[in-house]
Design a protein around this ligand. Structure first.
Ligand SMILES: [Zn+2]
Length: 173
């Protein structure tokens, strides 16, 4: 692991303090392995500030996160930090934040929620017919105080562990 840590990058992104155990999954969701860029990933590292904690780390040369990818990292790993490296120097540091409005990125866990139904029920009304006409994009409101996600449609609250990422991995390929 130590050799990975000293592997410097010249221009790119270092994502640190990722939740341990899911670094490979995060790299996959961000589409990093497919980019054919030089990157290192390390998992279950001990943290300098708190030795009993474990964390993950990703360093990617020639790669910068989009706004949506920042949101994805925050959803997967709310304590992550993102450092931008230019000419071998850290030029900016960011703490990720789960946005207060999340559109289309997560799926509602409520099986009866309209966002989970794309087919019009046979006994449905005309109004329902319109609502069911196309795929409904999920909208959630995140409350940083309670750390709950509220579905715009069924108005139920869910924890971060309950909501699931709704993402087509290929869009970042
Ligand atoms: Zn819902």
């Amino acid at each position: 692991m130590a050799n990975m840590l000293v592997d410097r990058i010249e221009n790119g992104t270092v994502i640190d303090h990722l939740q341990a155990g899911i670094v490979g999954k995060i790299a996959e969701i961000l589409g990093i392995p497919k980019l054919k860029k030089r990157y290192v990933q390390a998992d279950w590292l001990s943290s300098r500030t708190c030795p009993e904690w474990r964390k993950g780390l990703l360093k990617v040369e020639g790669y910068f996160l989009t706004e949506e990818q920042y949101d994805l990292v925050a959803l997967l790993s709310p304590d992550a930090t993102v450092n931008i490296i230019e000419n071998g120097q850290v030029t900016s540091k960011h703490q990720v934040h789960i946005p207060e409005i999340i559109e289309g990125l997560i799926e509602c866990p409520n099986p009866r929620c309209i966002t989970r139904h794309n087919e019009f029920p046979e006994d449905g009304s005309e109004k329902e017919k319109i609502e069911y006409a196309g795929e409904v994009k999920s909208i959630f409101y995140y409350d940083p105080q309670t750390k709950k996600f509220r579905c715009h449609y069924c108005e139920r609250d869910f924890s971060r562990k309950e909501v699931q990422l709704k993402i087509d991995y290929r869009q970042f390929g």
